[in-house]
Design a protein around this ligand. Sequence first.
Ligand code: HEM
Length: 441
Amino acid sequence: MELPDPDSVPRREFAKAAVALGGVAGLSACLGSDGDAGGGGNGDAVGGGPLDGVPAGDPGEAPERQHAWDDALDRDDAGNVVPPTHHVLRYVDVDRGDAPRADARERIEAAFTDLERAFERSAAGLLFTVGYSPAYFDRLPGTLPESVDLPAPRPLTGLEDPSIDEADALVHLAADEPAAVLAADEALFGEATAANGVPMTDASDLFDPVDRRTGFIGAGLPREHRDVDGIPDDAPVPEGAKLFMGFANGFAASQATEDRVTIEAGPFAGGTTQQVSTLRTQLDAWWSQESHAQRVAKLFSPTHADEERVGEYGERLGSDPGVADLPEDAVAYAREEGVVGHAQKAARAREDGKPRLLRRDFPTTDGDHTGIHFLTLQESIGDFVAVRDAMTGADVADETGVGSRINNGILQYVFVRSRGNFLVPPRGLRALPDPDPRSEP
Ligand code: HEM
């Protein structure tokens, strides 16, 4: 991929392109275009020197839950968590070569600890998680305890034919500063021997890269990045929207808490499960044929459209999209309205009135096409499957005039490209965990 001319595109657009490119080239481009993050092509920062304005961290302060990000993040005026802007998903296989397992584990743990020393655990620094796939655990002696529900990924609807992600591990890197994610990425998986001025243990030989996916989330970014396939170049995406579909997401009342998604019992207590579906969105008709009211009806509910609850992009919703107070029987609702909303359908899977998924999804233009890396955390993969079934709404389609895709939420616009499931262990087990750590000698 080619980088745009830094003088002819906004700074944020250039930064996004640099993160997508990655490697030393992405990092040096990013630093060269951005005086704040290392100063005019500062060769030292490319080689692992300090990044301007990026605070260092203290591994001693890291919580046991890798996924405990919310306390480290800001809230917006309504109290919703503000996710970091730039994201990299590194899918890797573990390749120990001749290295004994204990040595490899020690070196990988040292690299992660160095990363925590190099970057404050915040959006200004770096947040990251490390997860392991069913394919990884299957190759090892022993079995996962019953307290961990981690089936192999599979297609979840009759409308999809996804590729299945079977890489051993997934490292999710997230930060507001593009140079921070790139420097961390280079230090873990590339040639860099330091990051943000802190020497890094080299564990890169223990990982074989399988895939690298990127994205971004923040108001204004979809509007800036709509010059890709999947959306008209002049789509009137509001400035305040975080999604290519033109709305905000991640309202607090529609998110599971970190407690709700944490595995409570067994050796992996304090961990969580992570699923990532890479979704491609095809939004030409969304923007050219649907009215704003239709978009609101399909994403939230027809009631939201009738009562103008949402506003231009969601600014009227505060911290609660208000999908739990809609008629519970989505089937009757769909029959009456002829349309059923996405969030309304998904909310049917709440348990005791509470959401089961902590969604940490972010839009992408990987492959120069609009999409979403739909990353969620939940206590069990079964929770995800139940919510996805509710979102798919096959029951709604079967029993009403609403189609399996058409007028059935946003299904008409969303295409599943890949699915992957991972276990994000507690921090103490994040380096090459055994399937049942209790049975270790
Ligand atoms: C292109 C893909 C998607 C877009 C643009 C999208 C967008 C949204 C938006 C705007 C909301 C309402 C507000 C909020 O986020 O808090 C929402 C809610 C939700 N979505 Fe999605 N979504 C997408 C895919 C999915 C998928 C694949 C799932 C399911 C497995 C899902 C599950 C949910 C859930 C559980 C809620 C909250 C429902 C509740 O309040 O209980 N979404 N989504």
